[in-house]
Design a protein around this ligand. Structure first.
Ligand code: GDP
Ligand code: FO1
Length: 300
């Protein structure tokens, strides 16, 4: 079994390949929940939903969020009525947020809710939120501390950020299910996700780092040179005090990685790294990188 640590874009691209080259029941994914947000009374868990929709075969892979061919009737009508939905929410996607919000209000754990939703979508892989307690990535700006989604979606990432913080009422604890998945795995893979908003929130859950120290860990860099392939990782790395590069990514994972994979085009040299084409522009590229990760896993 392999456990993956995932956000909502880079690692899902790798998982798209993994599900073609591995027994799907042998894949477990611990997913970031620090970008979760309540909107219009419903609960959005963007990274969990992306991973779940990918495995269900219904993900919109043009955007890497939302359901393919979804409609936006409710969002358009709600906006017309004056509701401030700064995320464009599809109708089918909203039904998932509605169901999740309802179950959360009834006191259920996010882990159990995710299992129920995955069963409804016929998902064979194990999808595990990193924690069952609420934790939110916020960025410090001239406007004060704002939710990461407010920064990246509403402000289009155009405002200066001075720091990145995670806020919570109680320090987030990894779930027993997430820790058991790591324990049962031969290898753990930190996918090419945003180190600051996707991976560090997982690594910061109590119990995760300790569990990883007993396992071989393979990490894939989301950077080529000083730029990520997509998204705000550059600005966030700088604000969090890391170089926006593969070296910064490697340092961010503070000695946890046994094998570090970086792109063949990356001019930044991480000592003893493995080189591969990590740009997963289509199914074939995702499959090729997945096969390489499996090959390296076999050497651990
Ligand atoms: P988010 O939750 O939507 O931010 O998604 P992730 O954290 O999972 O992924 C965002 C990161 O994925 C960005 O930093 C990108 O550089 C990286 N990424 C996206 N596509 C690719 C790709 O094809 N290859 C690699 N190596 N990284 C990618
Ligand atoms: N990202 C956008 O850039 N624009 C959107 O309107 C948007 C809507 C949205 C709805 C549901 C969902 O699960 C994700 C959505 N995302 C959207 C992506 C999401 O906000 C991602 O978490 C961030 O783009 C980067 O991590």
């Amino acid at each position: 079994m392999i456990t993956f640590l995932s956000g909502g874009t880079g690692t899902p691209k790798l998982l798209r390949g993994m599900q073609k080259v591995m027994d799907r029941h042998e894949i477990a994914v611990i997913v970031n929940t620090a970008e979760d947000i309540w909107i219009s009374g419903n609960h959005i868990s963007p990274d969990v939903d992306t991973v779940m929709y990918l495995f269900a075969g219904i993900l919109n892979t043009d955007t890497w969020w939302g359901v393919r061919n979804d409609t936006f009737t409710t969002h358009e009508e709600a906006t017309r009525l004056g509701i401030d939905e700064f995320l464009t929410i599809g109708d089918k996607d909203r039904a998932v947020h509605l169901a999740r919000g309802d179950m959360l209000r009834n006191g259920m754990r996010l882990t159990n809710i995710t299992t129920i939703l995955c069963e409804c979508f016929g998902v064979r892989e194990t999808v595990l939120p990193m924690t069952d307690t609420e934790v939110t990535t916020q960025v410090k700006t001239d406007l004060g501390l704002i939710h990461f989604q407010e920064y990246w979606i509403r402000a289009k990432g155009l405002i200066e950020i001075q720091d990145v913080v995670r806020s919570y009422r109680e320090p987030p604890k990894a779930t027993d299910e997430a820790l058991a998945a790591i324990e049962a795995s031969d290898v753990v893979v930190i996918g090419p996700s945003n180190p600051i908003t996707s991976i560090l929130p997982i690594l910061s859950c109590d119990g995760i780092k300790q569990a990883l120290r007993n396992k071989p860990v393979i990490a894939v860099s989301p950077f080529i040179g000083n730029a990520p392939i997509s998204g705000p990782a550059g600005a966030l790395m700088r604000a969090a005090g890391f170089e926006p590069s593969s070296i910064g990514t490697f340092n961010c994972y503070s000695g946890l990685t046994d094998i570090f994979i970086q792109d063949i085009r990356d001019p930044v040299e991480v000592n003893h790294s493995s080189r591969f084409d990590t740009l997963m522009v289509d199914d074939e590229k995702s499959i090729a990188l997945a096969q390489e990760v499996l090959r390296l896993a076999g050497t651990c």
